[in-house]
Design a protein around this ligand. Structure first.
Ligand code: MGP
Length: 209
């Protein structure tokens, strides 16, 4: 290291302050643009339990620090039981087709079959999805994304981004970003389904990327 650089590095380390330096800073919270609610769908244990009995809100948060506190204290994706789901939605939007904010929308989705090499890194990919949604890097300024869902199924892990509309022009960016976040290869296609179509037998995906 040159003397000049060594001097500069020393000055930097003496002068720079971090959140650990003062009591006030230590408790600083970095607000997110939106408040988010984590929901959990527990697996059905008897046939009398319907969708609404199984889906419950877990916690709402609004800062980066709260997010990490929650993330570090809930089971990671690969330890969830079969037929369970995590849902992370903007506060006030229920993770259901019926919610007014979802009713005209749909979802971008990709299924990682358990044969994919992804099984060991599903936790990392799910975390990347969560961060892109709360950090709002999944879209530009469209405000199209309502939430993200993880379905744990026998054959596959499924990740879906739920959107407010079905407007192709606004949705493409979200689909392209989802491919990057999930580290998909070109030939691994993400599909967009309107909620209407996902509930109609024989319907096909509206957009494939
Ligand atoms: P799913 O979990 O989205 O599909 O919905 P999956 O994993 O393919 O399940 P499969 O068992 O159908 O193969 C499973 C079921 O949960 C649906 O058939 C509905 O009965 C119920 N369900 C799921 N969602 C997302 C909703 C919803 O938004 N509203 C209501 N009312 N029921 C839902």
């Amino acid at each position: 290291m040159s003397d000049d650089l060594a001097q500069k590095t020393e000055e930097l380390s003496l002068e720079s302050k971090t959140v650990f330096d003062t009591k006030e800073e230590f408790t600083a919270k970095h607000p997110l643009n939106n408040r988010w609610t984590l929901w959990y769908t527990k697996p059905q244990t008897n046939k009398s339990e319907n969708w609404h009995d199984l889906l419950k809100p877990v916690i709402t948060f609004s800062s980066v620090e709260e997010f990490w506190g929650i993330y570090n204290s809930i089971p990671p994706a690969n330890q969830l039981p079969l037929k369970s789901d995590y849902h992370l939605f903007k506060e006030g939007i229920r993770p259901e087709w019926e919610d007014d904010q979802n009713a005209k929308g749909g979802k971008w989705q990709f299924s990682f079959t358990r044969k994919h090499e992804v099984t060991p890194i599903i936790n990392e990919l799910w975390l990347r999805g969560l961060l892109a949604v709360i950090g709002e890097t999944i879209e530009d300024d469209e405000n199209e994304v309502n939430g993200i869902v993880l379905n744990i199924r026998k054959q596959a892990f499924r990740v879906g981004i739920w959107t407010k509309d079905c407007d192709d022009s606004k949705l493409k960016t979200v689909g392209e970003r989802l491919k990057k976040i999930l580290q998909l290869k070109d030939e691994q296609k993400v599909e967009f389904w309107s909620h209407d179509a996902s509930n109609t037998k024989g319907a096909e995906a509206q957009i494939i990327l």
